[in-house]
Design a protein around this ligand. Structure first.
Ligand SMILES: [Zn+2]
Length: 462
């Protein structure tokens, strides 16, 4: 099977030019000037004139079929990866969460069962460690051998996921020796938990109290604490969902010192702010995620953080819960609202608006959504590149077509989108995974369930 993409404006993280791409089987065989492969006798020719061609998006932060104590995320690996593909994402990295008392290998096995044969795009896992007593550090060695080279720690949610500083220290130290990368959700969980309990005791149970009980400064504190422990152990560190100026400043200061620290943000922290919580009645529950949306000044700070490359990745933290029946579980108590919002389908087009408004160059945009994620997470140059030998994961992107984002036209299996009514210009037209067309005209045309598990390499500094 030989496919030729002609006349596209090829955009990579460090180049942009008009050219043709020849695909043999699952990989890119050659990249050349327009017409260079005219005699190649391709089985399929895709004309990309007037369109951009860039490497498939990589969303390193998703929670498909995430089990919470009271419910399970509505998008699973089947529906969530189809939605991702429609939005120009061809790889996701999802979190295999260890339940306390459970061996790490069991957690990973459970995630393999959810994804295997059901994901329509390629996928990998991070091992989310919650309990070192049940999974001593040696279990991390097994993870690395199994191609799971990244470890997530949460500094929030004391009753389910939170780990203490000793655990953070021990995981960082082991990870540094093994060539792993530790990812942290940085919030001061103990203090937040107290503030939350005090609010509920005072009868403050509406959704607005979710953001009010999670002050941004406590994200800044935890980010700095994680950076300190990473510095002490010589471990590379990746801070997930940086939502505010406090944590951005901690990441930026570490990077100025040359420390191996990277920051991620998400579209919700760039495009939404705390005004969303003033929605009437219980409506604001749609926006309950952690960290919560911050101030518009934080939005601006994060855009600047991207521009200055203080932040390196834009992912989503996709965790979809229906408003009806799921978010409603917290009608009388905001602490019972399932935490999370959908976004895997809209990430690429949302961030592309940053190109349209002059905040990002095309190459920088590609770096944030694909190339830097591939480099940091042990996938480059198989993913995140347009070069001979790389997987032919490609997006043919129409910079002129517009879309009004809506629950009524999305592929995500959830009854709302936090971006309802937002107009974007620039949407994926055709999406290929390892040489096969998955999406045409923005619609999923299959095949389904042929995503592969990605056995990732150990960390090397980009
Ligand atoms: Zn998350």
């Amino acid at each position: 099977m030989r496919t030729l993409i002609t006349n596209g404006y090829i955009v990579t993280a460090d180049d942009a030019f008009t050219g043709d791409i020849l695909i043999e089987g699952e990989q890119i065989a050659a990249v050349g000037a327009p017409g260079a492969f005219a005699s190649a006798q391709a089985d399929t020719v895709l004309d990309a004139r007037g369109k951009y061609v860039f490497p498939g998006g990589i969303d390193v932060h998703t929670h498909m079929e995430l089990p919470l104590p009271t419910t399970v995320a509505s998008d699973d690996f089947e529906t969530g990866t189809i939605a991702a593909a429609c939005g120009g994402t061809t790889t996701i990295l999802d979190f295999a969460n260890q339940r306390r008392g459970q061996p790490l290998s069991e957690a990973v096995e459970a995630w393999h069962k959810k994804a295997g044969g059901r994901a329509s795009i390629d996928y990998g896992f991070h091992a989310c460690i919650t309990d070192l007593a049940a999974a001593p550090e040696e279990a991390m060695d097994e993870m690395i051998a199994a191609g799971i080279t990244t470890f997530k720690l949460l500094m929030a949610y004391p009753n389910t996921f939170m780990v203490d500083d000793e655990t953070i220290y021990r995981v960082l130290r082991r990870s540094a020796r093994l060539g792993g990368l530790v990812m942290v959700h940085a919030e001061n969980g103990m203090v937040i938990d107290f503030i939350v309990r005090e609010a509920v005791a005072a009868g403050h149970t509406a959704p607005i109290y979710h953001p009010l009980t999670r002050p941004a400064i406590l994200e800044g504190e935890a980010t700095q604490r994680a950076i300190t422990l990473a510095t002490l152990t010589d471990a590379p560190l990746y801070v997930v969902h940086v939502s505010c100026a406090y944590s951005l400043q901690a990441v930026a200061a570490a990077r100025v010192k040359g420390l191996p620290v990277w920051g991620e943000t998400c579209p919700q922290y760039l495009y939404l702010n705390d005004s969303c919580y003033t929605a009437p009645g219980f409506e604001a529950a749609r926006f309950v995620c952690t960290p919560p949306m911050r101030s518009d000044a934080d939005n601006e700070a994060l855009w600047l953080g991207l521009q200055r490359r203080e932040l390196s990745v834009v992912a989503t933290d996709h965790a979809a819960f229906n408003y009806k029946g799921q978010k409603e579980l917290g009608r009388d108590d905001f602490t019972k609202i399932p935490n999370g919002i959908p976004g895997v389908e809209h990430r690429v087009m949302l961030l592309y608006q940053g190109v349209r408004t002059g905040k990002l160059s095309l190459s920088h945009f590609v770096d944030l959504i694909s190339t830097m994620p591939a480099k940091l997470f042990g996938l480059f140059p198989r993913k995140g590149a347009i070069a001979p030998g790389s997987d032919a994961d490609l997006v043919i992107f129409d910079p002129d077509r517009t879309l009004t984002i809506s629950a009524s036209n999305q592929h995500q299996r959830v009854d709302y989108t936090p971006y309802e009514g937002m107009h974007v210009q620039g949407v994926p037209d055709t999406v290929l995974l390892r040489g096969r067309v998955l999406v045409q005209n923005g619609q999923f045309t299959g095949p389904k369930g042929e995503g592969q598990f990605l056995h990732r390499k150990t960390f090397s500094e980009p």
